[in-house]
Ligand binder design. Structure first.
Ligand code: PHE
Length: 445
């Protein structure tokens, strides 16, 4: 315990790593199809509302709890409030396991698409054939699992490298590159024939489309995309130094995450309409659409390879933050070595990943409550466990810590916090009531 806790190498390192956690498959794979299934523009507006009204406040709360306790999620709650509250941290560790079980599978699809683009699998084919290629690939029993395994090994490698050397170095120059590439793709996508219909679907809210599912979808997407409610931000906050301006840096991270999601929607949805696909096609949407966009670009293959490589890296920096929750728990609380915890946890995660991957083919008939294993793992975490975690974190910071939470936000005691009152009000009332209302709606169907 006397070992000095590792810290981020620099302020930029923290921002890039946290943005690396937030920006991932959630932005590029999940956000466009969630917007597509939930009515487009109206979803977008409600999503932005969720980010603004409680997303940012919760990111700040998690970072602050992590920084003042310098602990993993379980240890943090125990230090501040004793054993009972540490259950919230435990829930987070369990959530990380389940998210990773499908995250490695979808990240594996991304790696496979690097290979597909490089071997000209989609050369000259239309969207229908691209869709078939995607479906056949994810339905095959072995191949996707091999890619998931490759991704898992990469993830273990980064996590074992330690905080500042491994994670920071990977994030530093690749995330800006992904961003630039998304801008290029958005320009191509909105200028495709027939794309304007997709642009208006995405940007013009049609309020008649809004149902309880739209609200629930937006809330769960906000949790997933901002890495909230399960201790990832808390863990990264624990490597943050006292001097850092927490509210400012949290806003930057939330802003970057939101920008990337917005851009990804602007890449995918116009292309979906241009190609005549259904925006509600579900989890395959990004993979079925993008090859058609690349096919209509000069040097499309190169862009395609670069894009999927960068997306895989974005997924890697997110997966690393998920595994870091698990590893910091087993290292700090259970005395595991970093290597032992990384490898052991990843083996368990991969084993849960097997049925998740098979649920796209061989085991697609096995459903629980109408959901196959992938949908179930996604639903349980994004729509149930993360919101519950977020609810308790809001109550904890807002009521249990109260003014102490405001102190934890400050980088020095004299720093002024003009909006501290509003922040506490959100944590005490708006976030808990809003999340509870949406959770109940979801559970009551
Ligand atoms: N925010 C990540 C993404 O959008 C996923 C994630 C969730 C990462 C929870 C860490 C914790 O892809």
């Amino acid at each position: 315990m006397s070992v000095q806790r590792e810290h981020w190498g620099s302020r930029l390192g923290f921002i890039l790593a946290s943005a690396g956690s937030a920006v991932g498959l959630g932005n590029v794979w999940k956000f466009p199809y969630m917007a597509g299934t939930n009515g487009g523009g109206a979803f977008l507006v409600i999503y932005l509302g969720c980010v603004l009204f409680f997303g940012l406040a919760l990111v700040m709360a998690e970072l602050a709890i992590g920084r003042t306790t310098q602990s993993n999620p379980v240890g943090a709650f125990r230090k501040l409030a004793g054993r009972h509250w540490s259950v919230v941290g435990g829930l987070g560790v369990a959530t990380a396991f389940i998210i990773l079980s499908f995250y490695i599978v979808v990240a594996g699809w991304t790696l496979a698409y690097v290979v597909f683009m490089a071997t000209d699998t989609f050369g000259g084919l239309g969207v229908e054939q691209n869709t078939t290629i995607f479906k056949d690939f994810v339905a095959s029993p072995i191949q996707p699992l091999v890619y998931a395994a490759v991704f898992t090994v990469l993830m273990i490698g980064v996590v074992m490298g330690g905080v500042s050397s491994g994670i920071e170095r990977a994030s530093k120059w690749l995330m800006p590159l992904l961003f630039v590439l998304l801008i290029v793709l958005a320009v191509r996508s909105v200028t495709l024939p027939g794309a304007m219909e997709g642009v208006s679907f995405y940007l013009l809210p049609d309020w008649s489309q809004v149902t309880g599912a739209t609200w629930g979808g937006a809330v769960s997407q906000a949790f997933f995309s901002l890495s909230l409610g399960m201790g990832a931000m808390l863990t990264y906050g624990s490597y943050m130094s006292e001097e850092q301006n927490l509210p400012r840096d949290a806003s930057i991270v939330v802003g970057l995450d939101t920008l990337v999601a917005l851009l990804a929607g602007l890449v995918i949805l116009p292309a979906v309409f241009s190609a005549g696909l259904e925006p509600s096609a579900g989890p395959g949407l990004t993979f079925m659409t993008l090859p058609a966009v690349f096919a209509q670009m000069p040097a499309g293959a190169i862009f395609g390879i670069a894009f999927f490589v960068l997306l895989a890296i974005a997924a890697l920096t997110s997966a690393v933050s998920l595994l870091e929750v698990v590893v910091s728990y087993f290292v700090d609380e259970k005395g595991f070595s970093r290597a032992g915890a990384s490898i052991g946890a990843s083996l368990v995660i991969f084993m849960i990943g097997v049925p998740v991957s098979l649920s796209q083919g061989l085991w697609s008939d096995i459903t629980i409550g109408g959901k196959n294993f992938l949908d179930l793992a996604d639903f349980m975490t994004s729509s149930v466990m993360m919101p519950i975690g977020g609810l308790f974190i809001a109550l904890f910071a807002g009521w249990f810590m109260g003014p102490r939470a405001v102190e934890a936000l400050k980088s020095h005691p004299a720093q002024s916090m003009p909006l501290a009152g509003l922040w506490l009000f959100i944590l005490r009332f708006i976030a808990p009531l809003g999340i509870a209302w949406i959770l109940l709606q979801g559970l009551l169907g």
